[in-house]
Write a protein that binds this ligand. Structure first.
Ligand SMILES: Nc1ncnc2c1ncn2[C@@H]1O[C@H](COP(=O)(O)OP(=O)(O)O)[C@@H](O)[C@H]1O
Ligand SMILES: [Mg+2]
Length: 382
């Protein structure tokens, strides 16, 4: 970074956003223009290994270049005692888990709307297509998961709004590697809860990113870690004639068993009651068959059946564009209907309070509010 002193003169440290696996990420704010923020990533602690990893990430970001669905990298600086320091655009809505909580809270939902899920997959397909097919060799991200996906408000959005369709951007390029068929091969060293089947872990290739995207979609949609639950894992281990670990061992955060517990497929389109059988502890929503069909192709064990980023880019993106428009219209319509029925109830309660003297108990008025929300909306639009 050429003008590092200017940066430290014009921005001040605000808060630590996250201490992740490798880095400590903090938010810095412009001293004059309070709307300008920069995210700064440094090694989490003083360690040569972490310094090398962050330096590798800076090089990877430089190699991969700019893309609308990849976090914008401004540059790095090596002048601090524990270098490097990496500078990024600030994701206003945080990472995917944080955005999900804010969205559900702001709109009083108990599950992520389907339109948001299509948008998430569409944005990630664009980022992965760029990584896998936009350079002279394919690059594997190697660690696709919710906390490595950021959400940014689209331009023109009110900063206090939590949009249904943010721009999702891929971040954390510490695990990125080029894929060369005849090369020595890089073993998978991403996060076990989103890891591909064991046969793919010895020499990582681009399909592992698609698998990670499928696992991510499952987690966001069903609110469950996309792996076998501890209890089911013990049954599965016994079935393989092996001695299972105790539940206590499995509850340790960083236990070695994490690498043995497989990612599993859980359908997104089945009724809530049936989701318990699929090991979903807290069923929240049922999504469409269409979304489930694509999701099945992300999480397929067979490489012939798992779609590549190129295929998804060609066929999924146009379908997603249409689905998103349709689902947003449906979502807004149902929100409006909800609001209308609430205000109708409030109006009725007020009226009943006023008219408590009405003798025969009959509805003595035929106001617009006796129409169903659908009728009212329809009238409004025509
Ligand atoms: N540009 C950014 N804007 C906002 N938050 C960010 C940004 N980059 C990272 N974060 C937050 O910091 C966390 C850790 O960053 P990441 O690059 O994934 O580092 P690590 O290698 O430590 O996992 C992310 O999960 C996200 O919550
Ligand atoms: Mg990370």
């Amino acid at each position: 970074m050429s003008n590092i002193h200017l940066f430290y003169q014009s921005y001040s440290f605000e808060k630590i956003i996250q201490k992740g696996g490798e880095g400590k990420v903090s938010a810095w704010r412009h001293l004059v223009n309070k709307n300008m923020w920069v995210a700064v990533k440094e090694p989490r602690k003083d360690s040569r290994v972490l310094r090398n990893q962050l330096m590798k990430e800076a090089k990877n970001l430089h190699t991969i270049g700019n893309h609308p669905n990849i976090v914008q990298f401004y540059g790095y600086d090596n002048s601090h005692p524990n270098p490097p320091t990496l500078f990024f655009e600030m994701a206003s809505l945080g990472d995917l888990p944080k955005y999900k909580v804010s969205l559900m809270r702001a709109r009083q939902l108990n599950a992520v709307p389907e339109a948001t899920l299509w948008k998430l997959v569409a944005d990630m397909v664009k980022a992965l297509h760029w990584m896998h097919n936009g350079h002279s060799v394919p690059y594997v991200h190697g660690d696709i998961k919710p906390s490595n996906i950021l959400a940014v408000s689209p331009p023109g959005t009110n900063p206090s709004d939590i949009p249904l369709l943010p721009t999702f951007k891929l971040c954390d390029f510490t695990h990125m590697v080029p894929y060369r068929e005849d090369g020595p091969g890089t073993p998978f060293y991403g996060t076990p809860e989103y890891a591909p089947p064991h046969v793919e872990r010895r020499h990582v290739n681009t399909p592992i990113d698609i698998y990670g995207l499928g696992a991510t979609l499952q987690e966001v949609a069903l609110d469950v870690l996309p792996v076998l639950s501890n209890i089911k894992f013990r049954d599965y281990w016994r079935m393989m004639n092996k001695t299972p670990p105790s539940l206590r061992e499995l509850n340790n955060d960083d236990h070695r068993w994490r690498w043995d517990i497989p990612v599993i497929y859980r359908p997104l389109n089945i009724p809530l009651k049936q989701q318990i059988q699929w090991d979903v502890p807290n069923p929240r929503a049922t999504y469409s068959d269409e979304l489930n069909e694509w999701y099945t192709r992300l999480l397929h064990h067979s490489l012939d059946k798992r779609f590549s980023a190129a295929v998804l880019h060609q066929y999924f993106i146009p379908v997603a564009d249409v689905q998103i428009r349709l689902l947003v219209a449906k979502f807004e319509c149902s929100q409006a209907a909800k609001e209308l029925s609430l205000s109708r109830t409030a109006w009725k309660v007020r009226r009943e309070g006023k008219d408590s003297g009405c003798e025969d108990g009959s509805e003595e008025y035929d106001s617009p509010s006796t129409m169903t929300p659908r009728e009212v909306l329809f009238t409004k639009f025509t």
